[in-house]
Design a protein around this ligand. Structure first.
Ligand code: 5AD
Length: 452
């Protein structure tokens, strides 16, 4: 999400006449797009800004700013804490950044003439009606490469209020873009060579539910998937992040019916214990969740299932944690992101004792990570010798004449070959695998041409 928001801001600034710097050291303006979902993310952003503030002492004209969730939740407090900060822009006001930068530069020019003037920072964390449609501009090329995949923001905010989660406070209430506007953006991207889109939102499965009716039993999100599926030339559709509760039979059936929809579902489960799920206010039980996984696997054999898990939620006992371990064994996830619980301001859980010790959170984290790594390594090893369809996205950092792409199930694949491969879906023979990456070469006829 932040990558996409940053890209949109970069595209807006480029259109305004700013030029993307090749490196941070050359930049005159540095904006940190921040995440608040865990405390670690905030600490990292603060640390980075402190480093930049030191550089600013040597280079006073440097413009520094915070954007994103931490900007939204902390606002002017960030400037008080770090006076080197010139700009703080919240999650609904990104598109005003070009104007704010122009304003900062104008004020500086004026201040240079009457140098006693105190320059004030600009802080804007207002809400804005219609801001869900503001993240729409894309960079045509990124890192010197043509873009094969793109993120498309379809909705913002979340109304779920899980007890651990800060997102409803930093991203606001659910707001969705109209279907035709999204389809138009996808068409434009495809015309520029994009082959795969990832539909983005804090809770994409809630897309349109406040404003658009169901049609033939299909939720607005499934209607959107169908509309995007119609775009000629588009090869693959992904989406993130959904809520498990959004996986009704209409969405399960969409996996059966829509071949462009990639065989991968990210289903953040958070815990395997019903007691903890209730305290988290997730709105489903373990059994219900497992039933959804079964239905997806029946609808699309071979579908990859990934998840998010929080360890050390307030009140999580050894027994609760063992339930999570057993859920991991039961579902056998293809990928999982495991987080140590951290209390977030304004959330209900922050008022409860954070009673699992740091050491115990770390232990639980390691238990799950080790299990996951073993399973991922075994699953990838089983693919050696087989052939998978890879959409090649660009040059790999794993060596010259190596490209990288992704399998339909979202595995990273490193491919021997030249840049001619970029933008093509090619059959790849898997030669070698680690827990996180597959390595292979282009199969059969046509392969030589790409290798050449
Ligand atoms: N502490 C730890 N992890 C969290 N997440 C969300 N809030 C917290 C928190 N307070 C995790 C969830 C979510 C992912 C994006 O981040 O697992 O799915």
């Amino acid at each position: 999400m932040n990558e996409r928001d940053s890209e949109a801001v970069a595209a807006m600034l480029t259109r305004r006449g700013y030029v993307l710097a090749d490196s941070e050291d050359e930049a005159d303006v540095i904006l940190l797009n921040t995440c608040s979902v865990r405390d670690l993310a905030e600490q990292k952003a603060r640390g980075k800004m402190a480093m930049l503030a030191r550089r600013k002492r040597r280079q006073p004209q440097l413009v520094l700013g915070y954007m994103g969730c931490m900007a939204q939740s902390r606002g002017a407090g960030l400037v008080e804490e770090q006076p080197a900060v010139d700009l703080v822009v919240g999650t609904q006001r990104f598109h005003h950044i070009p104007d704010y930068l122009d304003q900062l530069f104008r004020e500086r020019a004026a201040a240079a003439e009457q140098y006693d003037r105190q320059l004030r920072a600009i802080v804007d964390v207002a809400e804005e009606v219609g801001s869900e449609s503001a993240v729409r501009e894309h960079l045509v090329v990124e890192h010197g490469d043509r873009k094969v995949t793109a993120f498309v923001s379809i909705m913002q905010g979340c109304d779920m209020h899980c007890t651990f989660c800060i997102v409803p406070f930093t991203r606001g209430a659910e707001r969705s873009r109209p279907i035709r506007e999204i389809v138009e953006e996808v068409r434009e991207l495809v015309a520029r060579g994009v082959k795969e889109v990832t539909l983005l939102g804090q809770i994409v499965t809630s897309f349109g539910r406040k404003t658009m009716p169901k049609k033939d039993g299909k939720s607005p999100f499934v209607q959107l998937l169908e509309a995007v599926h119609e775009v000629p030339g588009l090869e693959r559709i992904r989406f993130t992040s959904p809520h498990p509760k959004g996986f009704g039979d209409d969405l399960v059936e969409a996996y059966r019916r829509l071949p462009k929809l990639c065989p991968h579902a990210h289903l953040p489960v958070q815990s395997g214990s019903d007691r903890i799920l209730r305290r988290m206010k997730r709105g489903y039980s373990r059994a219900w969740y497992c039933r959804v996984v079964e239905k997806l696997r029946a609808a699309r054999p071979g579908i990859a299932i990934s998840t998010d898990i929080i360890v050390g939620f307030p009140g999580e006992t050894d027994e609760d944690f063992e339930e999570t371990v057993s859920l991991m064994e039961q579902v056998d996830f293809d990928q999982a992101f495991i987080f140590k619980y951290s209390p977030r301001r304004d959330t209900p859980a922050a008022a409860w004792p954070d009673d699992v010790s740091q050491g115990e959170k770390e232990r639980r984290n390691q238990v799950l990570l080790q299990y996951l790594n073993r399973r991922m390594a075994a699953k990838n090893a089983a693919l050696i010798g087989g052939v998978i369809e890879v959409l090649v996205e660009g040059r790999s950092d794993k060596g010259p004449r190596r490209m990288f792409g992704r399998s339909p199930t979202n595995k990273i694949v490193v491919v021997e070959g030249a840049e001619g491969l970029v933008g093509h879906i090619v059959p790849i023979r898997v030669e070698r695998a680690t827990a996180t990456t597959l390595y292979g070469y282009v199969m059969g006829e046509g392969g030589d041409e790409f290798l050449g």
